[in-house]
Design a protein around this ligand. Structure first.
Ligand code: PLP
Length: 411
């Protein structure tokens, strides 16, 4: 096994009467290493204060730690400057920020927003809301039966009317790794559209260089990157951020307030109204340190090893159908299991997940906030097993054994 980091994750190292947990739900959220937990604990115990407002030393130190995370994110994603990094509550809020700030200012009736068939609801619904508000419309780049996006159709969907292309880097429902650099190149050749990359599933799995990619927006969530919940990031090119009006008003996002008129702070402060999640931002910084120390390349290699092992192991289970066969797959497998007594139907994903839970296995079942993906593949729900830096082969073995038990129960 390439990586040996499991002991750094307290939730996964608990001993007691229960079997140790086989945690196969890292696509939903990753577990947290001790260094992230300790960093936040220490902040609350020893350094807690607000940011930006105090001149006393405690607050100054906190402000420095808070801003240090911005610098870490700038380097991690190779942004041109810290001012291009906006803290948000997560991917969902980052996309809503772009929709309600950039979208409301720049979209009008007849404009088009292009998304893909593989999007999470977070990269569909905000665009529907802003389209309703502005009169813009939404187009969808389809995918083929393997869950690869139909890139040959992309040029024909782009025109002068296309103002934004919002596409996921990695599909959370199937695992497709989209050829994002190629997509951006095609968009640049055939339109003036801006490109938003939903990096919720890629940020902790594969190196991302926003300047090399030349994306306009990149969004992610700390909780899927071994960091805390409640914090995430919007990266945007500074010239674009500068052209965007505030989307939320309040403290810290202003330059000068009078009852007659308010002027706003420059980015990123313009988009960070109110007291931020301070401990979470600092914990996000600790997670970035952990990712750098562990090495994204090592994490990627380890996850690929686990993926290959799981594809091989699950492939031997009678009636198990993996959904999608993308050219490049991230470390997750979505599948359905045929009912042994009626092979034309499948065992409900929730029933499978409940039985797996009895065996100490945590998987996700359902539509994975990607109902259009489920519709595309003609299933109501799937079971999804997903892997992270701490996944070990015994967890996949336990899953395979438990799935055979499911077949016995239903047989
Ligand atoms: C591809 C993708 N986009 C967006 C999101 C939303 O992320 P969050 O709930 O952290 O805002 C998720 C979460 O699963 C996701 O997988």
């Amino acid at each position: 096994m390439t990586l040996q980091v499991r002991s750094q994750f307290p939730v996964l190292s608990q001993t007691g009467s229960e079997k140790s947990l086989a945690y196969l739900d890292s696509t939903a959220t990753t577990q947290k290493p001790l260094c992230v937990i300790d960093c936040m604990d220490q902040f609350y115990r020893e350094h807690y204060s607000s940011v930006k407002r105090g001149v006393y030393r405690l607050s100054e130190r906190t402000s420095q730690s808070y801003e240090a995370t911005r610098t870490k994110l700038k380097s991690f994603f190779n942004a041109a400057s810290e001012s291009e990094i906006v803290f948000t509550r997560g991917t969902t809020e980052s996309i809503n920020l772009v929709a309600w700030s950039w979208g409301r200012a720049h979209l009008k009736a007849g404009d088009e927003i292009l998304i893909s068939a593989l999007e999470h609801h977070a990269n569909i619904v905000p665009w529907q809301l802003i389209a309703e508000h502005t009169g813009a419309c939404i187009k969808v780049l389809p995918c083929d039966d393997n869950a690869n996006l139909c890139l040959d159709l992309l040029p024909s969907l782009l025109s002068d009317r296309t103002k934004l292309v919002a596409v996921t880097h990695i599909s959370n429902a199937i695992g497709t790794i989209n050829p994002i650099a190629e997509i951006i190149q095609i968009v640049r050749t055939h339109s003036q559209a801006l490109v938003l990359v939903d990096g919720a599933q890629s940020a902790a799995h594969t190196p991302v260089d926003v300047q090399a990619l030349d994306c306009d927006f990149f969004v992610c969530s700390a909780h899927k990157m071994y960091g805390p919940t409640g914090v995430g990031m919007l990266y945007a090119k500074y010239s674009i951020l500068e052209s965007m009006p505030p989307w939320q008003g309040g403290g810290d996002m202003i330059d000068r307030v009078t009852f007659e008129r308010t002027t706003y702070a420059p980015p990123p402060a313009r988009f960070e109204a109110g007291t931020p999640p301070i401990a979470e931002v600092i914990g996000f910084g600790a997670a970035i340190d952990w990712l750098n120390q562990t090495g994204l390349a090592q994490i990627h290699a380890h996850e690929n090893e686990m993926l290959e092992y799981a594809l091989n192991s699950l492939g031997q289970i009678p009636g198990l159908r993996v959904i999608g066969n993308p050219t490049q797959r991230a470390s997750l497998i979505s599948f359905v299991l045929a009912d042994p007594l009626d092979p034309q139907t499948v065992i409900h994903a929730y029933d499978i997940a409940l039985i797996l839970d009895e065996e100490g296995i945590a998987v996700r079942s359902g539509h994975h906030c990607a109902q259009p993906v489920m519709d595309r593949f003609g299933v109501a729900a799937t079971v999804r097993a997903s892997f992270g830096a701490y996944t070990e082969a015994w967890e996949i073995d336990r899953l395979a054994t438990a799935l055979r038990r499911v077949l016995k129960i239903f047989g």
